[in-house]
Design a protein around this ligand. Structure first.
Ligand code: OOB
Length: 560
């Protein structure tokens, strides 16, 4: 490839990417925050110093660092041989597996930029992301749990003709298999600009279509390295990737990338249920894993009946949505003091509780920013800073937080400028308060507020108190239009195993329980509905948009 072709490809990648302003970038650089390497090089250290150590495992077996490195080079060579060129975008959608690991690093080694979609995404999201990223290829697998991703591929190529290549892990059908080639027969790309995007994450919001988030080699390496420090990860650790590994949390907080940078061992599973995961923990002596709160709750309950020995776990990271204090306490009681709260976002900022924080604090807060260079502001609706202890919207700026969505005009319908302040802070939309100690407590989403008879009720506040009731496993409250109140508070509740099956959960009882916990009268639910489950997003957060749609579609007779 000529230098001018390569330059043209990187110019295309850089289009629609918002870097840090030069003075900020310089300040971060001078502070030594950036490794100035390519993201794939994260495995180089272990490959040289401990080549025989296990790097990745799934049900098909284990690869050592030496074998993993060879497989990554062969996969990268396969992409080059197939005609893909550095800087081009490739939509990646694979379940947790060794093949996912090889593909991800193979793409990076070939200078390609993966778009990190989740297995639960479907054509609407995949087509939107592929078009937004101007992707030339889609890489997925044949099928899983009755879903055929090859059909998605066919439809994707019809909708987004720029997606020229499709690669399939498993039976490729009409498409190409995962490519592998002899690395000595092709030229792998040389050094890359570490301040260009290495990969594109997908925003985790529960409203609208996802947005693209470009993370650079330098900022994502910083994310991994700082997360390794905060979690005390060493080569003696074994990490279980139980959440879909394309998500920022299991990918880089510290996740599998952090694991490889530390020379530790990553075990992949696509079945996070306790019966499957506990056996893996016992078998591989897993020391650290990451869960969303809904899964953590299931694991917590399962410790009562699952026979597997999971005492090797030293750190259970929980994040992605709010972990209710009652659930945090239950986790400590069931598993010992190993829970770490993680409050993060694909856009950047990651907050952790620290390993030496007192347990009562760990149960109550969502952590504090991982880097001293994270600038956090908490502001009222006028954009003015609020004092500690007062709720406001979290704004953030820092070395690994984006300054703009990737190609925002095409993926956000021109609304992207609303997400950033003129001086470059990301408006998270999260309602938080800061304790004098600097720890953050997440109190909800700015917009997830019910206006009942003129009073603002934060949905999270009611939900957090509802799950403290012994009969309640999960709860979501939403505002339902009401002629006299404007909106009334509807609580959707999944019963716990302590609740007698088939029995109602009387509204009056729940209201008096909440009132006894000190909840103001205007925040008490006007209506309660028992449901068997709550709809979840691709990573496992309660999907309020889907919930509202379900409620709208339900016959009025279902109301209690
Ligand atoms: C993580 O990332 P995303 O991009 O899927 O979602 C970010 C949003 C946050 O803005 C916040 O609304 C919510 O998810 N969130 C939490 C939370 N962690 C995330 N809300 C309350 N408590 C928490 N602990 O979800 C993510 C990325 C990296 C690490 C962990 C989570």
């Amino acid at each position: 490839m000529t230098t001018s072709t390569q330059t043209a490809l990187f110019t295309d990648l850089a289009e629609g990417f918002t870097p840090h302003p030069a003075p900020a970038q310089q300040r971060y650089g001078e502070a030594g925050l950036f490794a100035n390497r390519a993201l794939w090089q994260i495995i180089e250290k272990a490959a040289t110093s401990t080549p025989a150590a296990p790097a990745v495992t799934d049900a098909t077996g284990t690869l050592t660092y030496a074998q993993f490195t060879d497989a990554v080079r062969a996969r990268a060579a396969g992409f080059v041989a197939a005609g893909l060129r550095p800087g081009q975008r490739v939509v990646l959608q694979q379940n947790n597996s060794v093949q996912f690991a090889i593909t991800l690093l193979g793409l990076l080694r070939a200078g390609l930029v993966p778009v990190m979609t989740l297995p639960a995404h479907r054509i609407a999201e995949i087509a939107h992301l592929a078009a937004g990223a101007d992707a030339v290829a889609y890489l997925t697998e044949d099928g899983r749990r009755g879903y055929d991703y090859r059909e998605l591929a066919t439809e994707l190529q019809q909708r987004v003709p720029g997606v020229e290549h499709v690669f399939i892990d498993g039976d490729p059908g009409a498409f190409a298999a995962l490519p592998d080639a002899d690395p000595d027969t092709v030229e792998l790309p040389g050094p890359t600009d570490p301040d260009l995007p290495a990969l594109l994450l997908v925003s985790g919001g529960t409203t609208g279509l996802p947005k693209l988030i470009a993370r650079t080699h330098n900022d994502y390496l910083l994310n991994a390295h700082q997360s390794v420090r905060v979690t005390g990860l060493t080569r003696a650790d074994t990490y279980l990737a139980a959440l879909p590994a394309a998500h920022n949390f299991p990918l880089c907080c510290p996740g599998v990338l952090g694991v490889w940078s530390a020379g530790a061992h990553a075990v992949f599973t696509d079945n996070p249920s306790p019966d499957a995961a506990f056996d893996l923990i016992e078998k591989h002596r897993v020391t650290i894993t990451a869960l969303v709160p809904a899964l953590a709750q299931v694991w917590c309950a399962a410790t009562e009946w699952e026979p597997a020995d999971i005492s090797s776990l030293r750190l259970l990271q929980v994040g992605g949505s709010k972990l209710a204090q009652a659930d945090a306490e239950a986790l400590d009681a069931a598993l010992g003091p190993i829970t770490q709260q993680v409050f993060g976002m694909a856009e950047g900022l990651i907050c952790y509780t620290r390993l030496d924080d007192p347990r009562d604090l760990v149960q109550q807060v969502q952590g504090s920013p991982m880097s001293e260079f994270d600038e956090v502001r908490i502001v009222d609706e006028n954009g003015d800073d609020v004092p500690d202890g007062t709720d406001g919207e979290l704004l953030v700026r820092g070395p690994y937080t984006i300054r703009g969505y990737y190609r925002a005009e095409s993926t956000t319908g021109g609304q992207a400028s609303l997400s950033f302040t003129p001086d470059g802070f990301y408006r998270s939309g999260d309602r938080v308060r800061r304790l004098p100690s600097g720890h953050l407590v997440v109190t909800g989403r700015i917009k997830d507020t019910i206006v009942r008879a003129g009073e603002n009720v934060a949905a999270d506040d009611v939900e957090e108190n509802l799950v403290a009731h012994p009969s309640v496993r999960q709860a979501a409250v939403i505002g339902v239009p009401d002629a006299s109140l404007g909106e009334r508070i509807c609580a959707l509740v999944v019963a716990s195993h302590e609740h007698a099956p088939g029995q109602p959960l009387p509204l009056a009882e729940l209201r008096s329980f909440l009132a006894d916990r000190g909840l103001a009268a205007f925040k008490l639910p006007d209506e309660v509905r028992l449901v068997s489950s709550l709809p979840l997003t691709a990573i496992g957060k309660v999907d309020k948009k889907a919930l509202r749609a379900q409620l709208d579609a339900e016959p009025a007779s279902a109301k209690s």
